[in-house]
Design a protein around this ligand. Structure first.
Ligand code: ADE
Ligand code: ZN
Length: 326
């Protein structure tokens, strides 16, 4: 329909995208062959059949083992480059992409190789696609705070290539406050900050309170459980805090896409955005997420345009760059 074409063509920023979550089965096979790695799955169908997650934990149990095919700087480049070409087809003109260095350094891949490969794709996206791309270093919250701090120290020589830091992986028992010191240091070093507050986690609303009041993040990833606390919603609206929601992802790791919560925040004037999270696993790139939400919640073209404007307002752009997009 017209609305689908509009959702695709509309210029937008993507702000919640895990590069390691863009590993499509075909590329997984190609990298495995290049690196001489034997995979348990023999066909694309086998790989897709292994995607039977029902929650965050069962998703992560598939997501991390798949990364073993990523070994060299070229591999990281090829992964990011494949994503960036798809993103452009989805109307993305600016993207801030998460990467999980600890998922690679913990299996012996040097940090320098990870960032060199990703950086090469970032530069190439600007030159060849006209897509502006930035990297966000995400810490794994099920690792220790000390491991996060040493990863931050390892990243400092590359700080010109990293716009901000985030926090992802398994949230159970790993509250934002665990990383207060790491994030204070990251801020002091000039990084923007964001943290995942995944959907319906034990302690969700307390975690959202911590990221807003104690950590003082610039943005929240997911975070739609905030609707449970109207006073906190008011604070988020007043501060213009961005929320990076991921409707299709939600429908995999919970029982629904949480459209009611997303639309409620949109109607209340909170800076809510739509993103793809791990598109190779959840089967939808960013425009597909706008379309899924629009069709489920009966959104108008004006609503979709507002969501896209929000994406530029919540992006870590300079005022001059932002003004060029909106
Ligand atoms: N790592 C990759 N995707 C994630 C998500 N949606 N939540 C937490 N950690 C993740
Ligand atoms: Zn995520």
């Amino acid at each position: 329909t017209d609305l689908r074409a509009f959702a695709r063509a509309m210029p937008k920023a993507e702000l919640h995208l895990h590069l390691e979550g863009t590993l499509e089965p075909e590329l997984k096979f190609a990298l495995a062959a290049r690196n001489g790695i034997a995979l348990a799955e023999k066909t694309v169908e086998d790989v897709v059949a292994s995607y039977d997650f029902t929650d965050l934990t069962s998703f992560l149990a598939v997501y991390y083992p798949a990364m073993t095919v990523l070994q060299t700087a070229d591999d990281f480049h090829d992964l990011a480059w494949a994503y960036l070409q798809k993103a452009r087809e989805q109307g993305v003109v600016h993207v801030e992409m998460f990467f999980d260095p600890q998922a690679h350094t913990s299996r012996g891949v040097p940090f320098a190789d990870v960032i060199a490969g990703y950086r090469r794709a970032v530069v190439r996206a600007q030159d060849e696609l006209g897509v502006s791309a930035e990297l966000i270093l995400c810490f794994l919250r099920d690792f220790t705070a000390e491991h996060a701090m040493s990863t931050l120290m390892e990243a400092l020589p590359y700080r010109a290539w990293i716009i901000g830091v985030g926090l992802d992986s398994d949230e159970r028992g790993n509250p934002p406050a665990k990383f207060a010191e790491v994030f204070a240091r990251a801020k002091a070093e000039g990084f923007f900050t964001t943290m995942h507050c995944d959907i319906d986690q034990p302690g969700s609303i307390e975690h959202i309170r911590q990221v807003i009041e104690e950590i003082g993040v610039d943005r929240i990833d997911h975070g739609t459980n905030i609707v449970e606390d109207p006073a906190l919603v008011a604070v988020a609206r007043e501060r213009g805090l961005g929320f990076t929601t991921c409707p299709v992802s939600n429908s995999f790791v919970t029982e629904e896409m949480k459209a009611d919560e997303i639309v409620q925040l949109l109607r209340e004037g909170v800076r809510v955005t739509v993103n793809s999270d791990d598109p190779a696993y959840f089967g939808g790139y960013v425009a597909d997420n706008y379309i899924a939400l629009a069709e489920h919640a009966d959104l108008s073209a004006a609503d979709l345009a507002r969501l896209a404007i929000n994406s530029f307002e919540a992006a870590w752009l300079t005022p001059a760059r932002r003004a060029a997009y909106i």
